[in-house]
Design a binder for this molecule. Structure first.
Ligand code: TYD
Ligand code: MG
Length: 428
């Protein structure tokens, strides 16, 4: 599998242990079976330990995914018995699905417990070293996002792969969080289809397939995943809230970073964010956490608040600092190439970005400059004058989107009608 080899900088290393983590149902078993198919088509033997599903079920799925019939399949959950099997069969690759369902009989703890998971991982790495087989261990991620429960597992293995995506979307991303034999940061992009996982050739096109144009709160950002540029649609939604601490929710974005960006928008654009609940997300089940998405997040939020859409032929990228300044980011050329390839014509970029004949660049040095360049709040506010806005003002309640008249000096919340008494009465 080309995408997998890319993430592993070549492929599986004999005698090593690879942990494949991900949410339940994301497609780990599918990925493993297809990986074994690839290994076997290169003439190697493979053993699938499936303590999670019955061998007949595994066979059925393996057949469907094109894994050769001479794949060894067992449901043996005892790691010592697995060791004996590996010594006898000498497979080039052993997959254990999952580490939470196998056990070491020397450990008096139930399968899936921290002690068992650690002991099994330890034992399986001994098996890998002594037999020379490449061992791939599947681990379910717990709710708080920690691989296979104990973080300590990551230190026991050579490579940690994370399989991510939104179960309700077909896109799946594979990344190496740790890799003893190569670089991390490379991204494998797959699509879950009826015939299993397929490598995605044009991820940006897939990401933007359902894009809403001319909609307020939507901004496309040319992000970088590993060494690959990827166009991602960001969305924001802002509503007035009666709560003392309105909700902030980030999906596919860094939540702490969102809080910082909202504070920067409040201070440097002069929008009163403290009365708004804000939801921001990266569409398609991806996670974009590089600072280069900051500017696009801010513009999506301002656009959501004012109701003015960002032009459809435009992308934005740049890191936002605490003073509202836009900082340069790496790989501008790669970002521009992908942007123009997908038909976009313009980009709002940091002021340091050099001329590029593929795109019309709108260079900005601050958030407010970017907001004004796109007229997201209508005419720029002149200190002392009444705020003027374009767009669907009637659908947004006034105190939410009103730009503060004296930017940089947060004053009293103009026109706020927060129900002060509501909190006390609700707790009764
Ligand atoms: P699975 O590999 O079992 O996930 P995990 O091992 O991470 O729990 O696959 C999860 C989902 O993928 C399953 O609900 C159905 C879907 N799927 C497909 O859409 N196409 C396929 O070819 C296969 C095998 C699974
Ligand atoms: Mg599974």
């Amino acid at each position: 599998m080309e995408e997998l080899d890319r993430v592993l900088s070549g492929g599986l290393v004999p005698g090593s242990v690879t942990l494949l983590g991900g949410d339940p149902g994301i497609g780990k078993s599918t990925l493993v079976l297809q990986m074994l198919a690839g290994v076997m088509s290169a003439g190697h033997s493979a053993l699938m330990v499936s303590a999670e599903e019955a061998p007949a079920q595994v066979r059925l799925r393996a057949d469907r995914l094109g894994t050769p019939g001479n794949l060894w399949v067992t449901e043996e959950p005892d790691v010592r018995a697995i060791e004996v099997m590996v010594k006898r069969l000498r497979p080039a690759v052993v997959a254990v699905d999952s580490v939470q369902t196998v056990f070491d009989s020397d450990v008096a703890a139930p399968p899936g417990s921290v002690a068992q998971v650690r002991a099994c991982a330890q034992h399986l790495s001994t098996v890998a070293r002594s037999s020379g087989a490449a061992v791939v261990v599947v681990g379910h991620v717990t709710k708080d996002g920690v691989l296979a429960g104990p973080r300590t597992l990551e230190h026991l293995v050579d490579t940690v792969l994370s399989f991510e995506g939104d179960r309700h979307h077909s896109l799946r991303l594979l990344r190496a969080l740790k890799h003893r034999f190569g670089v991390t940061g490379e991204l494998g992009i797959f699509e879950m289809t009826a015939a299993g996982l397929a490598a995605v050739r044009d991820a940006s096109a897939l990401m933007l397939a359902e894009r809403r144009v001319d909609t307020a709160g939507v901004v496309v950002v040319p992000a970088l995943e590993g060494r690959r540029p990827l166009l991602v649609e960001l969305q924001a939604l802002a509503n007035t809230s009666a709560s003392v601490s309105p909700r902030r929710s980030a999906q596919g974005l860094d939540g702490g970073r969102l809080a910082m960006l909202l504070a920067a928008v409040e201070r440097h654009v002069g929008l009163n964010m403290s009365v708004l609940e804000v939801f921001a997300s990266a569409v398609g089940g991806v996670r974009v956490i590089e600072p280069a998405v900051d500017l696009a997040v801010c513009l999506a939020v301002v656009s959501a608040v004012s109701g003015v859409a960002v032009p459809r032929d435009l992308v934005a990228y740049g890191e936002v600092g605490l003073s509202g300044e836009i900082r340069g980011v790496s790989q501008a050329g790669k970002r521009h190439g992908e942007t123009s390839r997908l038909g976009f014509k313009r980009a709002v970029v940091p002021s340091s970005v050099p001329e590029d004949d593929r795109l019309e660049l709108i260079r900005v040095s601050s958030i407010s400059e970017a907001v004004d360049a796109l007229s997201l709040l209508g005419q720029p506010t002149v200190s002392g004058s009444e705020p003027r806005f374009a767009g669907r003002q009637s659908t947004v309640r006034s105190e939410g989107w009103q730009r503060r008249r004296s930017v940089g000096r947060p004053g009293a919340r103009a026109g706020s009608h927060r129900p002060i008494s509501a909190r006390g009465s609700r707790t009764a």
